[in-house]
Write a protein that binds this ligand. Structure first.
Ligand code: AMP
Length: 700
């Protein structure tokens, strides 16, 4: 020992010789047919003369992800290890399942699905709440070599219908209800029936998990509706069980519809082989979860890519324990729920979204809950708190960094890491166990890099991350631009959209002529190679020909201790083209009702923007209010919605309709924002130039 390998060196290995690198990491899995080729690269021709790069990982390999998640561990003698812990404060239930128990459930359910007509290559749509049956349903689908499309439980019928039609699902797995936070159970029956009625495509069967909190009334045999528990019981009585069916490495494992803020959802197709290899490596390398006995708590939803990967697949591929949480960061019952879970189950790694931490900070600004569990030694095993989904402002990273330094394992870090539905696994981060990526064969010890607040860490293996200008030319270190990817992407990455090659080309490759794949994100790589993801490219604002990311301005605003959350959008300005305009929520328990911030607060924010970014980025206005920043259910701020509202207001229109995606967490926030904007503009004068009179003179 004594030698350590750096994350940079592992990354270099992966790009210099991808075949050697991924070929070695593929050995960690069981292949029904070992791949003889690691990577095949070429081109695909679509429609009229358009050719674009295409590649496939492990093209002649055959694999069953299900076998690797379950059978492999049971056969290796880990059947009694805990696979899944279900913690559901909303139903006051806690349950544990060992690997053997999960395997037994999945074998029976897969037999049921087979009897109901599901075959290899069919699509099964899964519309479920956060209960163990949802995970069994996904695994049973995969066991048969079928493809799952998990749709976030609670989507309205129209959105669900779109996804049924797009995926041409043969069967739907669902439950009688979902339970969100402290609200009454939501019956899924009208949603699912309504969606099937609207959809042109009709699934043959709807298999319903009955929850006692609200039953699916009068299951209709003629509509193909079936009682899940009864079918499984019968299968168990008959000793019906299904073996895992391997599929080609390049066959689809799942389709995930991206949240997208407008337009039709895009179905990202994930391939079996590359997905399993990439996730398996990431578990130990990035997240520090080594195998049986280690516990991962990913507080996401199974409807999102993060939930697919780190609630389900990666922890089970590694043989570790995963926590399935049915609740919210606050309100179920309080802002201490996450911290209770960490201490109750000795969690090693927590993964959540910054929005969850903001919600907790708002409820518990003094971190009383965290401190209470910390002082009792509840975070002894905690080695990292991973954040993703949107940018984490440095103020939240530093706050939790200070807390975990005090109470968690020595060296524990808060790690912002960047990824997307398209990437399927993290593209950046801080690797907790760099030695696990090293393919040089030398023994080495783990010395993780230090996180830099404001960055999302450094590239993960296989991700060739570059920053380019609008013409595709690379910009220097420290310069903002479009974040793009060199191809081939790392093995978990997508290579097309489900049944929509043209949209794949137009949406991701056309902009840079097939040379780079456009991530849609903007940011920079700093002098030390850390990647800073500042915002979506659409959220870049142009003030007097200077480009700013809204993220960098928000970062300065949220550093102000009296501000809990902020959202910056660009508004039209006759002189400068655009001006930044901020929406803020204060940390005060008694939030002032006026939308106009105190002069003192406004001045202090402007002063910090002026000193940290420059006078040119000074705000054109700032509205304060609670519950007015719309977000998606996966925690992304919907800046476009606020931008449209404020743009309309600038033109004196306070009523204009705005489009918002079906993934919105709470549509009522839009009404609150609308009312605040109106109040603000009416008090300041109906037109923007009045509203910005108090804008300090820019020092250029
Ligand atoms: P989705 O496909 O719904 O997972 O959304 C992916 C998008 O979320 C990315 O393209 C980014 O815009 C954003 N995102 C995810 N993680 C981060 C992060 N750590 N920092 C900044 N943006 C992020």
């Amino acid at each position: 020992m004594g030698r350590s390998i750096s994350q940079d060196a592992v990354h270099k290995q992966s790009l210099d010789d991808p075949k050697a690198f991924w070929g070695k990491h593929a050995e960690a899995l069981y292949w029904h047919k070992k791949p003889s080729v690691v990577l095949k690269e070429g081109h695909k021709t679509i429609a009229t003369d358009i050719k674009h790069p295409h590649w496939s990982w492990f093209p002649d390999g055959q694999i069953s992800t299900d076998y690797n998640c379950l059978d492999r561990h049971v056969q290796a003698g880990y059947g009694d290890k805990t696979a899944i812990i279900w913690d559901s404060p909303v139903t006051k239930t806690k349950q544990k399942y060992t690997y053997s128990q999960v395997l037994a459930e999945v074998e029976s359910l897969a037999a049921v699905l087979r009897n109901e007509g599901v075959e290899k290559g069919d699509v099964v749509l899964i519309y479920m709440p956060m209960i163990p049956a949802a995970l069994f349903g996904i695994l049973a689908t995969v066991r048969l070599g079928a493809i799952h499309a998990v749709v976030f439980g609670g989507f309205a019928p129209a959105s669900l219908a779109q996804r049924i039609e797009a995926s041409k699902a043969r069967v739907i797995l669902t439950a009688s209800c979902g339970i969100e936070g402290t609200k009454k159970p939501t019956s899924y029956q009208p949603f699912v029936r309504g969606a099937v009625e609207t959809s042109q495509w009709k699934p043959e069967k709807i298999i319903v998990w009955q929850r006692e909190q609200s039953l699916w009334e009068n299951l209709s045999e003629s509509k193909g509706e079936r009682d899940w528990q009864k079918l499984v019981e019968l299968a168990k009585e008959n000793g019906d069980s299904a073996q895992s069916v391997p599929i080609n490495s390049g066959d689809g494992l799942y389709i995930i519809y991206t949240s997208g803020t407008t337009g039709l959802p895009k179905g990202v197709l994930r391939y079996a082989g590359g997905h399993a290899v990439g996730l398996m490596l990431s578990m130990a390398y990035l997240f520090g979860i080594r195998g049986p006995g280690d516990v991962m708590f990913c507080a996401s939803d199974i409807g999102w890519v993060v939930g697919h990967a780190y609630i389900l697949y990666a922890p089970l591929l590694a043989g570790a324990t995963t926590i399935l949480f049915e609740g919210k960061p606050v309100g179920t019952p309080d802002a201490g729920t996450f911290w209770r879970i960490l201490s109750e189950y000795n969690v090693n790694t927590l993964f959540t979204a910054p929005t969850a931490l903001r919600a907790i900070r708002r409820e518990d600004p003094e971190n009383k809950h965290f401190t209470r569990y910390g002082e009792r030694g509840g975070f002894k095993n905690l080695q990292a708190l991973f954040l993703a989904g949107e940018r984490s402002e440095p103020s939240i990273v530093s706050m939790y960094q200070d807390l975990i330094k005090k109470y968690a394992r020595t060296g524990a870090q808060v790690i912002d890491h960047w990824w997307s539905s398209e990437s399927g696994s993290p593209m950046t981060g801080i690797a907790l166990m760099p030695s696990k990526g090293d393919v040089s064969g030398n023994e080495s010890e783990d010395v993780p890099l230090q996180m830099k607040a404001g960055s999302a860490g450094k590239p993960m293996p296989g991700w060739n991350i570059r920053v380019v200008d609008d013409k595709g030319g690379e910009v220097g270190r420290g310069t903002m631009g479009n974040i793009v990817l060199g191809m081939p992407l790392s093995p978990t990455g997508f290579t097309t959209l489900f049944n929509d090659e043209e949209r794949f080309y137009k949406g991701y490759l056309k902009r840079f002529d097939g040379k780079w794949l456009d991530t849609g994100d903007a940011g920079m790589i700093d002098q030390d190679g850390y990647v800073h993801v500042m915002s979506r490219s659409d959220d870049i604002i142009n003030v007097a020909a200077h480009r700013f990311s809204t993220g960098s301005i928000e970062q300065v605003i949220t550093a102000n201790p009296s501000i809990a959350e902020s959202c910056v959008v660009g508004i039209p300005d006759a002189l400068k083209g655009q001006l930044p305009f901020a929406f803020v929520t204060l940390s005060a328990a008694d939030h002032p009702s006026s939308p106009i911030p105190s002069e003192e607060l406004f001045k202090s924010v402007q002063d910090s923007i002026r000193t940290q970014i420059g006078g040119i980025a000074a705000l054109g206005g700032m509205i304060q209010g609670k519950g007015m920043i719309p977000k998606t259910r996966s925690g992304k701020t919907l800046r476009r919605v606020l931008r449209e509202l404020v743009e309309n207001a600038v033109h004196g229109d306070f009523e204009a309709e705005v489009q918002y995606p079906a993934t919105i967490e709470d549509a009522a926030t839009i009404d609150v924002a609308r009312a605040k904007i109106r109040e603000y503009f009416e008090q300041k004068g109906s037109k923007l130039h009045k509203a910005i009179e108090d804008r300090p003179k820019a020092k250029l």
